[in-house]
Design a protein around this ligand. Structure first.
Ligand code: 2M8
Length: 447
């Protein structure tokens, strides 16, 4: 790609982020996603850091408006001025005494990459602003990581348990949907599914007003996810109160792999501030790194999520298998993953890396998280490849990803076979991470 092409891509990415701006924070996409989402804003801040580090810092500060008194960072903070029937009412966050009073939030979290974003944004700020940001956010980040370990790994096994697929960010990813299909269902849900009444749920959804239903979460999956919110709500969204039967509890691969990278960023921030992290917390960080290996399956040569109740690996291959590259696994694992990425496994079609390998029976070319390529996944794999010293393949995936966006624009996700864009046409994390990838050295702040 020529320097002019790169500059044009960066300029267009900035325009998308400007259009999606909502004051101090940025929504993922106008219409489709009008609220603030946790990991979206982290990706957005990483991109904004190149051109406007002050705005990037504001984006991250805005996420802490939603922090609960127990340390939890919610996956959504609802915009005051947006009326929508379906979403904020299902959470009713203010019924929980730990939830903030000034904003409505969801009651679950999302991939915990915020320490990574804070460390990167801080690097782009002038000294005094960097220090101010880190001083302000460090204790709040520690509170979040403590919440994760205290509430979601109560037995100290090393892996965080998720209580809803929305927490993993890859919402309808096949292993989660398979487990949702197996959960005991109330009679009315059985009847609704049998009579194909789930379509009624579409009335409460925003997304199918803007994009063809075939590209979005299916009605049945959508209804099961709503049932799960309702059930978790009956137990205060508190893992310790949730009965194993009737819940779907998963040690999610993507979430835990990203957490290992975020833990390291938090340690880096502590060093920069010359502060000591609680040694008990640091031991939990190391335990997560070790426990990642329990998610490896030798026979198929891939990582998987695990059912937290039965201890069974959920052996449906997905893009998440590559995220442990960021957790710095042993060299033989790295070799196996790099081979898997580049051989004929279905993970390297014309527009890699698909959310589900193209040769899997559960691959769906245009369905949300069940096949298409997502820029945030590619970006995370590139970071992982770099962390393991695989610059050449990281560079190739970076070039392919930028080529895809040049070809189809800043879509939410893309066909891995044709490159066609799906979902929201001007999606913030596609723009922000494109901006990051365009930067000459990938991680540095060129401008
Ligand atoms: C999607 O998730 C939301 C629910 O959280 C939805 O389907 O409405 C996912 O792609 C998620 O990862 C993302 O953060 C969110 C907003 O972009 O949309």
């Amino acid at each position: 790609m020529s320097p002019e092409d790169r500059e044009s891509l960066a300029r267009r990415a900035r325009q998308v982020l400007e259009r999606n701006r909502r004051g101090a924070w940025t929504c993922p996409a106008i219409g489709f996603y009008p609220h603030q989402w946790l990991w979206d804003s982290c990706f957005i801040a990483i991109g904004l850091a190149h051109d406007d580090p002050g705005r990037a810092a504001g984006e991250l500060r805005a996420l802490f408006r939603g922090q609960w008194a127990n340390g939890m960072l919610p996956h959504m903070i609802f915009a005051d001025d947006v009326r929508d029937v379906g979403s904020r009412r299902i959470w009713q966050s203010k019924k929980n005494p730990d939830a903030p009073r000034s904003v409505d939030t969801s009651c679950i979290t999302q991939p915990p990459i915020i320490a990574i974003a804070v460390a990167r944004v801080a690097r782009a700020l002038p000294d005094a602003d960097r220090r101010a940001l880190l001083d302000e956010l460090f204790p709040r980040l520690v509170a979040y990581h403590q919440w994760l370990y205290r509430e979601r790994d109560p037995h100290g096994r090393g892996l965080i348990t998720l209580i809803h697929p929305w927490e993993c960010g890859l919402d309808t990813t096949p292993p989660w949907m398979q487990q949702l299909r197996r959960m005991p269902r109330p009679w009315w849900l059985r009847a609704a599914l049998r009579l194909h009444l789930a379509r009624v749920a579409r009335f409460f959804r925003r997304d199918t007003r803007f994009a063809p239903a075939a590209e979005r979460t299916s009605d049945d999956d959508g209804l099961r996810m709503l049932v799960l919110v309702h059930r978790a709500g009956r137990h205060g969204f508190d893992l310790s109160r949730m009965p194993p039967r009737g819940s779907v509890l998963i040690e999610d691969l993507a979430f835990n792999a990203l957490l290992t990278a975020a833990n390291r960023s938090l340690e880096e921030i502590a060093r920069e501030l010359a502060l000591t992290l609680d040694p008990a917390l640091v031991r939990r960080f190391r335990a997560t790194e070790t426990a990642m290996e329990e998610l490896w399956d030798e026979r198929t040569g891939q990582y998987y999520s695990r059912n937290a109740v039965t201890g069974r690996l959920l052996k449906l291959p997905t893009v998440a298998t590559f995220l442990p590259l960021w957790a710095a696994p042993a060299p033989d694992r790295v070799t196996a993953l790099v081979e898997l990425l580049r051989d004929d496994s279905g993970y390297w079609p014309r527009y890699p890396v698909p959310s589900v390998p193209t040769d899997a029976h559960h691959f769906e070319v245009n369905r949300y998280w069940k096949g298409p390529t997502w820029v945030n996944m590619n970006w995370a794999i590139i970071q992982g490849l770099r962390a393991c010293g695989n610059e050449a393949i990281a560079g190739e995936l970076r070039a392919r990803t930028l080529g895809l966006v040049e070809h189809a624009g800043f879509a939410e996700y893309f066909s891995a076979l044709t490159g066609e864009g799906y979902g929201a046409p001007e999606f913030s994390w596609t723009a922000a991470l494109t901006r990051d990838l365009v930067a000459e050295d990938g991680a540095g702040y060129a401008s």
